[in-house]
Ligand binder design. Structure first.
Ligand code: OGA
Ligand code: MN
Length: 224
């Protein structure tokens, strides 16, 4: 069943991704996660990739320290470097535009109430990993939906660095995702423990999180 929503169709100003968005919505409704290989719009993928190539290595490192509260609060182990996307660059704007289209689609289709979005580039160097973790904790009403878009060409089995999504705390096998260019993943943040296996070469991605609105009495949440 495809939506007849016309805003994002046949318009140069918007991405025409209704078919993909519907597949993602169906997956999330059915199993809570969605994995699609090479589906990110080509112009978006190349903008993000070119932006990465231009990015200062320093930007990456420094940005990682910016939100130290995250590291303390979440108590998990990661060795990657990150750089938050504020939407200042063309690539960042393009990404946020596509994400906004997805957000509107999922809200209409699944009533998820996705309200705000935050995302960062991530860089795993050779030997880097991110141990099994959740992106959100039940009852804290923070991150609702996690997304990841991968930006690596010619990834082979020897390169490692797969994302493994586990169905629950007891699942030892999980579902593996190769971080290949244009692959897009979405999963419910509270439902799926996941990890990034050790990468054997540079691994680039954009990771993001939708939150619901939990503002009370004009206290803007999340604090930034
Ligand atoms: C994260 C994360 C997965 C990936 O940044 O929280 O789980 O494949 N990333 O990069
Ligand atoms: Mn995660």
């Amino acid at each position: 069943m495809l939506s007849v929503e016309t805003i994002f169709t046949n318009s140069k100003d918007h991405y025409n991704c209704d078919v993909l968005f519907e597949l993602i919505a169906n997956d999330i409704e059915r199993q809570g996660y969605s994995i699609h290989l090479g589906v990110l719009p080509e112009d978006l993928t190349s903008s993000l990739f070119l932006h990465l190539l231009k990015m200062d290595a320093d930007k990456f490192k420094n940005a990682g320290i910016g939100r130290s509260d995250d590291y303390i609060k979440n108590k998990f182990v990661r060795t990657d470097e990150i750089c938050w996307i504020a939407g200042n660059s063309d690539a960042g704007k393009q990404w946020l535009k596509w994400i906004t289209a997805l957000q509107h689609y999922l809200n209409q289709r699944l009533f998820l109430g996705l309200f705000s979005f935050e995302s960062h580039f991530s860089h795993y160097g050779c030997g880097d990993y991110y141990k099994r973790h959740y992106d959100a904790f039940r009852g804290e009403e923070n991150r609702v939906l996690s997304v990841v878009a991968y930006l690596n060409s010619d990834w082979t089995a020897d390169d490692g660095g797969e994302l493994v999504i586990y169905k629950d705390d007891h699942d030892k096998e999980g579902v593996k995702v190769v971080p290949l260019m244009g692959t897009f993943v979405a999963f419910l943040s509270e439902e799926f423990p996941h990890e990034v296996l050790m990468a054997n070469r540079d691994r680039y991605a954009v990771a993001g999180w939708f939150r619901i609105n939990t503002s009370i009495n004009n206290n803007i949440d999340p604090p930034r």
